[in-house]
Design a protein around this ligand. Structure first.
Ligand code: NDP
Ligand code: MG
Length: 385
């Protein structure tokens, strides 16, 4: 690669954050860590500081932040709270911001990165779901770069290189179908937290793992694809592909389909988002085609996986409805993980929130923040046992 890049990782102790550090560890001459952020996991963060020597770190939990600063003395500066997250995005030295933190919290620091015309390696799909229109406008206005980390979007991004938008017939996002692909609709009522956390193909953070089990993850990804690639609902299709070998596809107007494939490993799309348009040789996975036996494809069951149907619906309605859906989903997933509601209550909480909270057309940032706050306030009291 042409020059060493400075990297800021938001959410460095999570599944994507740790995989990003694995990529950086493989290529120490190409990447240098300048900033790391976490919510509260200071033990893992301290180990990362010792290995990667960032200039700044952020711990959202203020008590934990001062505890860490005492422990590490002057090894690096510890900022705290959500204001610390904005500060590091606004003022620290980096070329690429990896948004590997989970949920709505990703929006504000991403905006600061865009304003500084940085490359955003986007894992945090919630950012585009809640504020896709504003973010894509800002990317254009400031001349920043948005490179997808999500494996499906990385696949589509790679399939589209050298192609014109007018030649696209449709995007085909693949979905593993999660652990309940073969369960009956009514069996979902008895799903336990452990069953929902047992994803067949990927090891990920808890929130996205539950989103994969409800197929809300694919719903969020359909909206993410809409904003990233500027295509309407009828041009974005989901197909269930249980092996997770084809990460997504693009069908062109002449009937030709391009697919991007490999054994599943998030280090590949992460690395590509860091090195694009270049590639670096690595051996994280070796995809031996004869060993794969079969690749199968099915239509998704929109009745069983209501969350996926809801995502298509809010994408069409637009305004603040995707933000309402996202906030209600974040609260519902949190409640499910704490054992407060059943698995099938998740779509119900989202539907009740969409019925209750007012939709604002063409929202500005302030309206989006207010909508997120109002929805959380409403959803947190629903369906408690
Ligand atoms: P994890 O739950 O594993 O990690 C989340 C990270 O963000 C942790 O470092 C956590 O810190 C930090 N964090 C959590 N809550 C907050 C908050 N409120 N404010 C600031 N930081 C916070 O998540 P994943 O790595 O699985 O996912 C991260 C994002 O990437 C999500 O948006 C997900 O949808 C997306 N994604 C993930 C994929 C995967 O394979 N995991 C694939 C594609 C996309 P702490 O450790 O202290 O709690
Ligand atoms: Mg994905």
């Amino acid at each position: 690669m042409s020059s060493q890049k400075n990297i800021l990782i938001l959410g460095s102790t999570g599944s994507i954050g740790v995989n990003t550090l694995n990529v950086i560890r493989t290529f120490p001459d190409n990447f240098n860590v300048t900033g790391l952020t976490v919510n509260s996991n200071i033990d893992d963060l301290e180990k990362q500081i010792d290995e990667f020597h960032p200039e700044y770190v952020v711990v959202i939990d203020k008590n934990k932040a001062s505890k860490l600063q005492k422990r590490i003395k002057d090894k690096c500066k510890v900022l705290s709270g959500s204001e610390g997250l904005i500060d590091i995005a606004k003022n620290s030295d980096y070329d690429i911001m990896v948004t590997a933190l989970v949920g709505f919290a990703g929006l504000s620091p991403t905006i600061e990165g865009i304003k500084r015309k940085k490359r955003i390696a986007l894992a945090n799909k919630e950012t585009l779901v809640v504020a896709g229109e504003l973010i894509t406008e800002m990317i254009y206005e400031y001349g920043a770069e948005l490179i997808p980390v999500d494996s499906e979007h990385s696949a589509i991004f790679q399939c589209l290189i050298g192609e014109e938008k007018e030649y696209i017939e449709k995007l085909i996002l693949t979905a593993s179908g999660g652990p309940f692909r073969n369960w009956g609709k009514h069996d979902l009522e008895s799903v336990t937290v452990d069953q929902a956390l047992a994803h067949p193909n990927w090891k990920m953070g808890n929130k996205i793992t539950i989103d994969s089990a409800t197929m809300m993850n694919k719903g969020l990804e359909v909206i993410e694809a809409h904003w990233l690639f500027g295509l309407s609902k009828d041009k974005i299709e989901v197909v269930v592909h249980p092996q997770s070998i084809i990460h997504s596809m693009v069908e062109f107007i002449d009937g030709s389909i391009k697919a991007q494939m490999s054994l599943p490993d998030m280090k590949l799309p992460i690395q590509y988002a860091l090195t694009f348009p270049e590639r670096l040789g690595c051996s994280y996975v070796e995809t031996r085609l004869p060993k794969l036996k079969e690749l199968t494809f099915f239509e998704p069951d929109y009745e069983k996986f209501e969350c996926l149907a809801l995502a298509y619906k809010v994408m069409e309605t637009g305004g603040t409805t995707p933000c309402i859906m996202n906030a209600a989903n974040e609260i519902a997933v949190e409640k499910f993980l704490k054992g407060k509601i059943s698995f099938t209550d998740i779509p119900q909480i989202i539907k009740s929130s969409l019925d209750k909270i007012e939709n604002h057309r063409s929202p500005n940032l302030e309206t989006i923040f207010e909508c997120d706050r109002q929805t959380r306030e409403f959803a947190k009291n629903l369906f408690d046992n």
